[in-house]
Design a protein around this ligand. Structure first.
Ligand SMILES: [Zn+2]
Length: 380
Protein backbone atom coordinates (compact mmCIF):
# COMPACT_ATOMS: atom_id res chain seq x y z
CA UNK A 1 0.00 0.00 0.00
CA UNK A 2 2.56 2.45 1.09
CA UNK A 3 4.87 3.72 -1.58
CA UNK A 4 8.17 5.39 -1.07
CA UNK A 5 8.20 8.99 -2.23
CA UNK A 6 10.40 7.77 -5.05
CA UNK A 7 7.19 8.13 -6.97
CA UNK A 8 7.57 11.86 -6.69
CA UNK A 9 10.79 11.95 -8.63
CA UNK A 10 9.32 9.55 -11.12
CA UNK A 11 6.46 11.93 -11.48
CA UNK A 12 8.84 14.71 -12.37
CA UNK A 13 9.92 12.86 -15.44
CA UNK A 14 6.40 12.37 -16.65
CA UNK A 15 4.82 15.63 -17.59
CA UNK A 16 1.10 15.08 -17.62
CA UNK A 17 1.55 11.51 -18.72
CA UNK A 18 -0.15 8.68 -16.95
CA UNK A 19 2.12 5.81 -16.00
CA UNK A 20 1.35 2.79 -18.09
CA UNK A 21 0.59 0.45 -15.29
CA UNK A 22 -2.60 -1.51 -14.91
CA UNK A 23 -4.98 -0.31 -12.22
CA UNK A 24 -4.54 -2.00 -8.89
CA UNK A 25 -7.72 -3.42 -7.47
CA UNK A 26 -9.11 -2.71 -4.08
CA UNK A 27 -7.05 -1.75 -1.14
CA UNK A 28 -7.81 1.71 0.09
CA UNK A 29 -10.46 0.60 2.50
CA UNK A 30 -9.45 -1.68 5.32
CA UNK A 31 -13.00 -1.50 6.59
CA UNK A 32 -14.94 -4.69 6.56
CA UNK A 33 -18.05 -2.75 5.61
CA UNK A 34 -19.19 -1.99 2.08
CA UNK A 35 -17.42 -3.09 -1.04
CA UNK A 36 -15.32 -0.49 -2.68
CA UNK A 37 -14.71 -0.11 -6.36
CA UNK A 38 -11.57 1.17 -8.00
CA UNK A 39 -12.22 3.94 -10.45
CA UNK A 40 -11.58 2.89 -14.01
CA UNK A 41 -11.19 5.59 -16.58
CA UNK A 42 -12.14 4.64 -20.09
CA UNK A 43 -10.37 7.23 -22.15
CA UNK A 44 -9.07 9.01 -19.07
CA UNK A 45 -6.19 8.36 -16.75
CA UNK A 46 -4.84 4.97 -15.85
CA UNK A 47 -3.92 4.38 -12.26
CA UNK A 48 -1.41 4.86 -10.83
CA UNK A 49 -1.33 8.33 -12.22
CA UNK A 50 1.93 10.25 -12.22
CA UNK A 51 1.63 13.95 -12.94
CA UNK A 52 4.03 16.81 -12.93
CA UNK A 53 1.84 19.84 -12.60
CA UNK A 54 3.03 23.35 -13.24
CA UNK A 55 1.61 26.73 -12.58
CA UNK A 56 -0.38 27.95 -15.54
CA UNK A 57 -1.05 31.55 -16.40
CA UNK A 58 -4.74 32.25 -16.02
CA UNK A 59 -6.45 28.96 -15.26
CA UNK A 60 -6.48 27.52 -11.79
CA UNK A 61 -7.15 24.07 -13.17
CA UNK A 62 -3.91 22.15 -13.48
CA UNK A 63 -5.34 18.80 -14.42
CA UNK A 64 -8.71 17.49 -15.48
CA UNK A 65 -9.34 13.79 -15.98
CA UNK A 66 -11.67 12.20 -18.42
CA UNK A 67 -14.79 10.55 -17.11
CA UNK A 68 -14.44 7.18 -15.41
CA UNK A 69 -16.70 4.29 -16.25
CA UNK A 70 -19.90 4.06 -14.24
CA UNK A 71 -19.78 1.86 -11.16
CA UNK A 72 -21.67 -1.38 -10.50
CA UNK A 73 -23.31 0.04 -7.39
CA UNK A 74 -24.43 3.31 -5.94
CA UNK A 75 -21.68 5.17 -4.15
CA UNK A 76 -21.46 8.29 -2.03
CA UNK A 77 -17.80 8.78 -1.30
CA UNK A 78 -14.60 8.73 -3.21
CA UNK A 79 -11.35 8.02 -1.43
CA UNK A 80 -7.89 8.31 -2.92
CA UNK A 81 -4.28 8.21 -1.90
CA UNK A 82 -0.86 9.04 -3.17
CA UNK A 83 2.21 11.14 -2.69
CA UNK A 84 2.60 14.78 -3.49
CA UNK A 85 5.53 17.13 -3.61
CA UNK A 86 3.69 20.39 -3.17
CA UNK A 87 1.03 20.82 -0.58
CA UNK A 88 -0.91 23.60 -2.22
CA UNK A 89 -3.07 21.46 -4.43
CA UNK A 90 -6.84 21.15 -4.27
CA UNK A 91 -8.53 17.97 -5.47
CA UNK A 92 -12.09 18.21 -6.73
CA UNK A 93 -14.52 15.57 -7.91
CA UNK A 94 -17.71 15.70 -9.90
CA UNK A 95 -20.16 12.92 -10.60
CA UNK A 96 -22.62 11.98 -13.33
CA UNK A 97 -26.06 12.03 -11.70
CA UNK A 98 -28.94 9.63 -12.42
CA UNK A 99 -30.71 12.30 -14.51
CA UNK A 100 -27.69 12.63 -16.77
CA UNK A 101 -26.54 15.98 -15.45
CA UNK A 102 -23.28 16.49 -13.61
CA UNK A 103 -22.92 17.33 -9.94
CA UNK A 104 -21.08 20.49 -8.96
CA UNK A 105 -17.37 20.04 -8.23
CA UNK A 106 -16.73 19.09 -4.62
CA UNK A 107 -13.39 19.70 -2.88
CA UNK A 108 -11.87 16.74 -1.10
CA UNK A 109 -10.58 16.92 2.43
CA UNK A 110 -6.91 16.05 2.42
CA UNK A 111 -4.90 14.39 5.12
CA UNK A 112 -1.28 15.10 4.38
CA UNK A 113 1.60 13.66 6.30
CA UNK A 114 5.01 15.19 6.61
CA UNK A 115 6.55 12.67 4.22
CA UNK A 116 4.30 13.83 1.39
CA UNK A 117 1.94 10.88 1.67
CA UNK A 118 -1.68 11.85 1.64
CA UNK A 119 -5.13 10.50 1.33
CA UNK A 120 -8.29 12.37 0.56
CA UNK A 121 -12.03 11.91 0.60
CA UNK A 122 -14.99 13.66 -0.92
CA UNK A 123 -18.71 13.10 -0.51
CA UNK A 124 -21.01 13.21 -3.52
CA UNK A 125 -24.70 12.51 -4.13
CA UNK A 126 -25.78 8.86 -4.25
CA UNK A 127 -25.93 6.94 -7.52
CA UNK A 128 -23.59 4.77 -9.53
CA UNK A 129 -22.44 7.58 -11.81
CA UNK A 130 -19.00 8.02 -13.29
CA UNK A 131 -16.59 10.45 -11.69
CA UNK A 132 -14.15 13.05 -12.86
CA UNK A 133 -11.16 14.46 -11.06
CA UNK A 134 -9.81 17.96 -11.28
CA UNK A 135 -6.65 19.25 -9.59
CA UNK A 136 -6.60 22.96 -8.84
CA UNK A 137 -3.83 25.38 -8.04
CA UNK A 138 -4.11 26.40 -4.41
CA UNK A 139 -0.94 28.49 -4.59
CA UNK A 140 1.82 26.26 -5.90
CA UNK A 141 5.26 27.47 -6.77
CA UNK A 142 7.25 25.68 -9.45
CA UNK A 143 6.68 22.00 -10.11
CA UNK A 144 4.03 20.07 -8.24
CA UNK A 145 4.57 16.37 -8.75
CA UNK A 146 1.67 14.14 -7.81
CA UNK A 147 1.48 10.39 -7.71
CA UNK A 148 -2.02 9.00 -7.30
CA UNK A 149 -1.93 5.30 -6.58
CA UNK A 150 -5.58 4.68 -5.86
CA UNK A 151 -9.01 6.18 -6.46
CA UNK A 152 -11.95 4.19 -5.14
CA UNK A 153 -15.59 4.78 -4.44
CA UNK A 154 -17.89 3.24 -1.88
CA UNK A 155 -21.26 3.69 -0.31
CA UNK A 156 -20.70 5.33 3.06
CA UNK A 157 -24.18 4.55 4.34
CA UNK A 158 -23.92 0.86 3.51
CA UNK A 159 -20.49 0.85 5.02
CA UNK A 160 -21.45 2.28 8.37
CA UNK A 161 -24.53 0.07 8.49
CA UNK A 162 -22.46 -3.02 7.78
CA UNK A 163 -19.57 -2.22 10.02
CA UNK A 164 -21.63 -0.82 12.86
CA UNK A 165 -18.90 1.66 13.48
CA UNK A 166 -16.20 3.23 11.41
CA UNK A 167 -12.87 1.62 11.79
CA UNK A 168 -9.56 3.15 11.00
CA UNK A 169 -8.61 4.83 7.77
CA UNK A 170 -5.48 3.94 5.84
CA UNK A 171 -2.60 4.84 8.07
CA UNK A 172 0.71 5.95 6.66
CA UNK A 173 3.41 6.48 9.29
CA UNK A 174 2.18 8.96 11.83
CA UNK A 175 3.61 12.41 11.31
CA UNK A 176 6.15 13.42 13.87
CA UNK A 177 7.14 17.01 14.37
CA UNK A 178 10.79 17.65 13.64
CA UNK A 179 13.04 18.14 16.63
CA UNK A 180 14.82 21.46 16.92
CA UNK A 181 17.64 21.52 14.42
CA UNK A 182 20.35 24.17 14.41
CA UNK A 183 20.78 25.33 10.84
CA UNK A 184 23.83 25.78 8.70
CA UNK A 185 23.37 29.49 9.05
CA UNK A 186 23.90 29.21 12.77
CA UNK A 187 27.30 27.66 12.38
CA UNK A 188 28.11 29.90 9.41
CA UNK A 189 28.58 27.02 7.00
CA UNK A 190 30.57 27.63 3.88
CA UNK A 191 28.54 26.96 0.72
CA UNK A 192 29.00 23.69 -1.09
CA UNK A 193 31.77 23.85 -3.66
CA UNK A 194 29.69 22.19 -6.35
CA UNK A 195 25.97 21.59 -6.83
CA UNK A 196 24.60 18.79 -4.70
CA UNK A 197 23.37 15.55 -6.10
CA UNK A 198 19.66 15.62 -5.15
CA UNK A 199 18.30 13.02 -2.76
CA UNK A 200 14.50 13.06 -2.87
CA UNK A 201 13.68 9.80 -1.13
CA UNK A 202 16.13 8.68 1.53
CA UNK A 203 15.51 5.13 2.67
CA UNK A 204 18.31 4.38 5.13
CA UNK A 205 20.27 5.98 7.94
CA UNK A 206 23.88 5.43 8.91
CA UNK A 207 25.20 6.35 12.35
CA UNK A 208 28.76 7.66 12.73
CA UNK A 209 30.83 9.23 15.41
CA UNK A 210 32.96 12.27 14.70
CA UNK A 211 35.99 10.76 16.46
CA UNK A 212 36.49 14.23 17.92
CA UNK A 213 35.52 16.04 21.09
CA UNK A 214 32.17 15.37 22.72
CA UNK A 215 31.25 19.01 23.01
CA UNK A 216 28.66 19.95 25.62
CA UNK A 217 28.15 23.60 24.84
CA UNK A 218 26.41 24.83 21.69
CA UNK A 219 29.09 27.41 21.01
CA UNK A 220 31.85 24.81 21.15
CA UNK A 221 29.71 22.49 19.04
CA UNK A 222 29.17 25.02 16.27
CA UNK A 223 32.87 25.73 16.18
CA UNK A 224 33.64 22.01 15.98
CA UNK A 225 31.14 21.58 13.13
CA UNK A 226 32.82 24.44 11.27
CA UNK A 227 36.07 22.64 11.81
CA UNK A 228 34.71 19.35 10.46
CA UNK A 229 33.42 21.11 7.36
CA UNK A 230 36.74 22.79 6.80
CA UNK A 231 38.53 19.47 7.16
CA UNK A 232 36.18 17.64 4.84
CA UNK A 233 36.07 20.40 2.24
CA UNK A 234 39.63 21.55 2.24
CA UNK A 235 41.39 18.55 3.74
CA UNK A 236 39.58 15.68 2.10
CA UNK A 237 38.54 17.76 -0.88
CA UNK A 238 34.83 17.08 -0.63
CA UNK A 239 32.18 19.50 -1.74
CA UNK A 240 30.72 19.97 1.73
CA UNK A 241 30.50 18.42 5.16
CA UNK A 242 29.68 14.77 4.58
CA UNK A 243 27.05 14.16 7.29
CA UNK A 244 23.47 15.35 7.23
CA UNK A 245 23.17 15.78 10.98
CA UNK A 246 25.48 16.01 13.98
CA UNK A 247 24.48 15.65 17.62
CA UNK A 248 26.56 16.98 20.50
CA UNK A 249 26.80 15.82 24.07
CA UNK A 250 24.11 18.27 25.16
CA UNK A 251 21.64 16.83 22.67
CA UNK A 252 21.87 19.72 20.21
CA UNK A 253 21.11 18.60 16.65
CA UNK A 254 23.06 20.42 13.97
CA UNK A 255 22.23 20.48 10.28
CA UNK A 256 25.15 19.30 8.16
CA UNK A 257 24.68 18.76 4.46
CA UNK A 258 21.04 19.48 3.53
CA UNK A 259 18.94 16.37 3.87
CA UNK A 260 17.75 16.59 0.26
CA UNK A 261 21.32 16.27 -0.98
CA UNK A 262 23.23 13.00 -1.26
CA UNK A 263 25.76 12.88 1.55
CA UNK A 264 29.35 11.74 1.65
CA UNK A 265 29.76 9.46 4.62
CA UNK A 266 29.85 5.81 3.55
CA UNK A 267 32.03 4.97 0.61
CA UNK A 268 29.91 3.45 -2.14
CA UNK A 269 26.68 3.56 -0.10
CA UNK A 270 25.69 7.20 0.01
CA UNK A 271 22.66 6.71 -2.19
CA UNK A 272 19.45 7.36 -0.21
CA UNK A 273 21.54 7.34 2.94
CA UNK A 274 21.15 9.92 5.70
CA UNK A 275 24.33 10.30 7.73
CA UNK A 276 24.02 11.14 11.42
CA UNK A 277 27.20 11.69 13.41
CA UNK A 278 27.19 11.70 17.18
CA UNK A 279 29.94 13.97 18.38
CA UNK A 280 32.61 12.29 20.44
CA UNK A 281 34.99 9.38 20.31
CA UNK A 282 33.18 6.24 21.38
CA UNK A 283 35.95 3.69 21.04
CA UNK A 284 39.23 3.10 22.82
CA UNK A 285 41.29 4.90 23.82
CA UNK A 286 38.82 7.70 24.58
CA UNK A 287 35.72 5.61 25.22
CA UNK A 288 33.18 8.42 25.39
CA UNK A 289 29.65 7.33 26.29
CA UNK A 290 26.52 8.82 24.79
CA UNK A 291 24.99 11.23 27.25
CA UNK A 292 21.32 10.84 28.04
CA UNK A 293 20.57 14.02 26.09
CA UNK A 294 22.61 12.87 23.11
CA UNK A 295 20.89 9.49 23.04
CA UNK A 296 17.48 11.12 23.39
CA UNK A 297 18.18 13.51 20.51
CA UNK A 298 19.41 10.66 18.32
CA UNK A 299 16.27 8.64 19.00
CA UNK A 300 14.03 11.66 18.34
CA UNK A 301 15.80 12.42 15.08
CA UNK A 302 15.53 8.83 13.85
CA UNK A 303 11.86 8.74 14.81
CA UNK A 304 11.26 11.94 12.89
CA UNK A 305 13.11 10.72 9.79
CA UNK A 306 11.14 7.49 9.92
CA UNK A 307 7.85 9.40 10.01
CA UNK A 308 8.93 11.86 7.36
CA UNK A 309 10.44 9.46 4.84
CA UNK A 310 9.16 6.06 5.88
CA UNK A 311 12.67 4.78 6.56
CA UNK A 312 12.49 1.30 8.07
CA UNK A 313 14.12 0.91 11.47
CA UNK A 314 15.97 -2.11 10.14
CA UNK A 315 17.71 0.33 7.79
CA UNK A 316 19.25 2.24 10.68
CA UNK A 317 22.80 0.94 10.75
CA UNK A 318 26.27 1.77 11.92
CA UNK A 319 29.05 2.82 9.62
CA UNK A 320 30.92 -0.42 10.35
CA UNK A 321 28.01 -2.40 8.89
CA UNK A 322 29.20 -1.15 5.50
CA UNK A 323 32.94 -0.72 5.79
CA UNK A 324 35.88 -1.87 7.83
CA UNK A 325 35.99 0.91 10.39
CA UNK A 326 35.76 1.47 14.12
CA UNK A 327 33.03 4.03 13.46
CA UNK A 328 30.63 4.70 15.18
CA UNK A 329 32.62 3.24 18.10
CA UNK A 330 31.69 0.28 20.29
CA UNK A 331 29.84 2.41 22.81
CA UNK A 332 27.44 3.60 20.14
CA UNK A 333 27.34 0.54 17.95
CA UNK A 334 26.34 -1.73 20.83
CA UNK A 335 23.38 0.49 21.60
CA UNK A 336 21.94 0.37 18.07
CA UNK A 337 19.38 -2.36 18.81
CA UNK A 338 18.09 -0.34 21.74
CA UNK A 339 18.10 2.85 19.68
CA UNK A 340 16.02 1.24 16.93
CA UNK A 341 13.58 -0.09 19.50
CA UNK A 342 13.25 3.25 21.26
CA UNK A 343 12.72 5.10 18.01
CA UNK A 344 9.96 2.69 17.05
CA UNK A 345 8.13 3.18 20.33
CA UNK A 346 5.36 5.79 20.41
CA UNK A 347 6.85 9.23 20.90
CA UNK A 348 6.21 11.11 24.12
CA UNK A 349 3.10 13.34 23.94
CA UNK A 350 2.94 14.79 20.47
CA UNK A 351 0.86 17.32 18.63
CA UNK A 352 -2.11 16.51 16.33
CA UNK A 353 -2.01 13.65 13.92
CA UNK A 354 -3.74 15.21 10.98
CA UNK A 355 -2.12 18.01 9.10
CA UNK A 356 -4.53 19.72 6.77
CA UNK A 357 -2.44 22.14 4.75
CA UNK A 358 1.08 22.55 6.05
CA UNK A 359 3.72 24.43 4.08
CA UNK A 360 5.77 22.72 1.42
CA UNK A 361 6.76 19.30 2.66
CA UNK A 362 8.94 17.76 0.01
CA UNK A 363 11.72 19.87 -1.35
CA UNK A 364 12.60 18.86 -4.86
CA UNK A 365 15.74 19.96 -6.51
CA UNK A 366 15.52 19.49 -10.20
CA UNK A 367 18.15 21.88 -11.39
CA UNK A 368 21.20 20.52 -9.64
CA UNK A 369 23.56 18.54 -11.82
CA UNK A 370 24.19 15.08 -10.40
CA UNK A 371 27.78 14.81 -9.41
CA UNK A 372 29.95 12.86 -7.05
CA UNK A 373 32.18 14.51 -4.55
CA UNK A 374 35.44 14.36 -6.46
CA UNK A 375 37.75 11.95 -4.77
CA UNK A 376 35.46 11.22 -1.89
CA UNK A 377 36.38 8.34 0.27
CA UNK A 378 34.47 8.42 3.48
CA UNK A 379 34.13 10.24 6.72
CA UNK A 380 35.07 8.61 10.02
ZN1 LIG B 1 31.62 6.83 10.05
Amino acid sequence: MWKKPAAVSAALALALVAALVAPRLGGALPDSGADSFPASFGGGPKLPLALSLRKLSASKTLYRSGESRAFPQSWTEVIFEGTEGNSNLVYEFSKRLPDGSRSPWVSAEIHLFTNGRFWGRARLPAGNGALRLKIMDGGIKGAAPVFLSDIEVYDAQAQSAAAGALSTQPSPPEPVLPPLIHTRKEWRAKPTRNPYEPMTSPWRITIHHTAGPQTMDLKDTLREVRFIQDFQQNGRGWDDIGYHFLIDGAGNIIEGRPVNAVGSHVKGFNDGNIGIAVMGYFSPPVNDELTKAQLGALVALIRYLHGRYGIAFSEVKGHRDYERTECPGDNVYNLLPEIRKEAAAPPPAEKPLTIKRPPLVVKLQNSAVPRWDGRAVSAP
